[in-house]
Design a binder for this molecule. Structure first.
Ligand SMILES: [Zn+2]
Length: 155
């Protein structure tokens, strides 16, 4: 089963990448440490943080927790290595709200994305929960490489 994650307030952009990569990822801003630990333990989520003391406290209380390295790419490749994460954009989740997204045709998104994007992009995804529309941006290929490359190494 795919690991599910809970990220603390410092890891907003990492949470978006994990969601795009297909991982069920909750992100909590301004949430007390005790509540984070309790949620991780209760829901079986792996707590990711850059706070070493929090990692130790969570582990003492039976929650799984990982101290992640600084930088999104570094953190993603670390998680790929340690947990065998494989990047699977066909299972992408909404980077804003973590809901699963649906493929959408050009016709469905016409008028809702910039004209230039519509002309150069063929694949779109729409979030049925928050209405967000997504496509592969310019920084996508590097992230795919980071996760895909690390994933291949572990299989
Ligand atoms: Zn959404």
């Amino acid at each position: 089963m795919s690991p599910r994650f809970l990220l603390d307030g410092m890891l907003g952009s990492l949470s978006r990448w994990l969601r795009i990569g297909g991982y069920d990822t909750e992100y909590r801003r301004d949430t007390p440490d005790d509540d984070l630990i309790e949620e991780a333990a209760r829901d079986g989520r792996i707590l990711l943080t850059r706070d070493e003391a929090l990692v130790n406290r969570a582990r003492r209380r039976g929650a799984e927790a990982i101290y992640v390295r600084e930088g999104d790419e570094e953190a993603l490749s670390q998680l790929s290595r340690e947990l065998g994460l494989a990047f699977d954009p066909t299972h992408a989740r909404c980077p804003k709200c973590n809901h699963t997204v649906d493929r959408a045709s050009k016709e469905e998104v016409t008028g809702r994305v910039p004209e230039g994007t519509l002309m150069t992009v063929d694949e779109f995804w729409v979030c049925p929960s928050c209405g967000g529309i997504y496509w592969r941006g310019s920084h996508w290929p590097r992230i795919v490489e980071t996760l895909g490359g690390a994933g291949r190494g572990t299989t």
